[in-house]
Design a protein around this ligand. Structure first.
Ligand code: Q0Z
Length: 287
């Protein structure tokens, strides 16, 4: 049995194909981006780590919120999904002040129109997680928007439903990761609607490409934190004095190997499953 694959989209490091009318195949490559540039060197198995982690989280959170996952392919990097009508919102939840949340806070004392306590440092833990939706930019960076503008995009009731679901999902993932020594500082979730108009979590979920993963034992607010997965790559790129425009630098073997190890370590710590077992039988993350 073979099926026609029609390429329907490319992300920086992922590809999307149509499987008939109502399903999609999401394929995670081994490409890696840093400072918004996709590097010429791949990290072996990175795509498999991300696909396995997403599938793990979809399985663990299915009672909290429906999701698009239908099955994993034997290659361990491809996911068959229900095709949804996607909501035009990036659903960001932040538990710590980093990235654009920190930038907004420095400039205005708020992020996405939500006032935060004074005196917070970069990478400080927030008193409670905040939902900071942003627009989906076609090019360039997503823009944080306030609840009013976000609700105008999806409707007031749907907005309230998405906010509640995103916060509930984030809290579950944060607790699980925290017990395994990983801080999930923030995350970006995407939701869509199924044929019956029901909300479902889509895209990837709680991967290092959609979230900030920090080693819990190294948290030092007052500056940016080392990334659990990409820090070797960033440090190496910084050491070159590269101007962060295309083309990015080739990575030496030891940076590739160190980075691959960090991805596999994140997978094994979070799932409690040996990565080689996942490669042999991807469905182990679905149980
Ligand atoms: C995800 C994206 C990627 C490029 C569309 N279940 C779904 N139903 C409808 N649409 C999507 C999904 Cl996941 C959907 N993207 C993001 C992913 C490559 C763009 F792998 N775009």
């Amino acid at each position: 049995m073979s099926e026609t694959l029609t390429h329907v989209g490319s992300g920086k490091v992922r590809e999307l194909y149509a499987l008939g009318d109502d399903r999609l195949l999401l394929v995670a490559s081994d490409r890696i981006s840093t400072f918004d540039v996709v590097l010429p060197t791949e990290i072996p198995d990175k795509g498999r780590v991300l696909t396995g982690l997403s599938a793990f989280w979809f399985t663990r959170t299915r009672d909290l919120c429906r999701n698009h996952l239908l099955s994993l392919r034997a290659d361990a990097r491809s996911m068959e999904c229900r095709r949804l009508e996607m909501l035009p919102l990036e659903c960001v939840v932040r538990g710590y002040l980093a990235g654009s949340g920190w930038k907004d806070y420095v400039a205005t004392g708020s992020t996405s129109g939500r006032e935060l306590p004074s005196g917070l440092l970069e990478s400080s833990r927030l008193p409670e997680p905040v939902f900071t939706p942003s627009t989906k930019a076609v090019t360039g960076h997503d823009e944080n928007i306030d609840a009013e503008r976000a609700a105008a995009l999806v409707g007031r009731e749907r907005y309230a439903e998405v906010e509640e679901a995103a916060l509930a999902l984030y809290r579950v993932a944060v607790k699980h990761a925290g017990e395994r020594g990983i801080i999930l500082a923030d995350t970006k979730l995407e939701f869509g609607l199924d044929d019956d108009g029901r909300l479902a979590l889509a895209d990837e979920a709680f991967t290092p490409d959609s979230s900030r993963f920090w080693p819990a034992d190294e948290l030092t607010p007052g500056g940016p934190q080392p990334s659990f997965d990409k820090q070797f790559v960033r440090d190496y790129c910084e050491s070159l004095g590269w101007d962060k425009t295309y083309p990015g630098p080739e990575l030496p073997d030891e940076v590739v190997e160190g980075t691959r190890s960090r991805y596999v370590e994140a997978f094994e710590r979070l799932t409690g499953i040996e990565f080689d077992r996942y490669l042999a039988d991807p469905e182990v993350v679905l149980r």
